[in-house]
Write a protein that binds this ligand. Sequence first.
Ligand SMILES: [Zn+2]
Length: 94
Amino acid sequence: MRELKRVYREECENEVQADGSIGARCWLCGQPVNYDEHGREDSFELDHYYPASTHPEHYEDPSNFKPSHSSCNRERGNKAPRPGLGVLSRNWLE
Ligand SMILES: [Zn+2]
């Protein structure tokens, strides 16, 4: 899992956005993520679309990974994502 996380973080960090900026945004609030520093409110944290507590079988499934702020991730806890936030592709995790 540690290696999966590292690779995913790197992918997010280098992802080019529609507006030309680099770095995937938080899928919960849509704001840019701080990839340079660890342990801050706006630092990158790997979130799971389906929480590990309810879907342990998807815990190490990269298609279940989402970039988030550590504060947003904490706030969300194991709740389903708030409606209207984030754009979800239809066919993922089939
Ligand atoms: Zn956020």
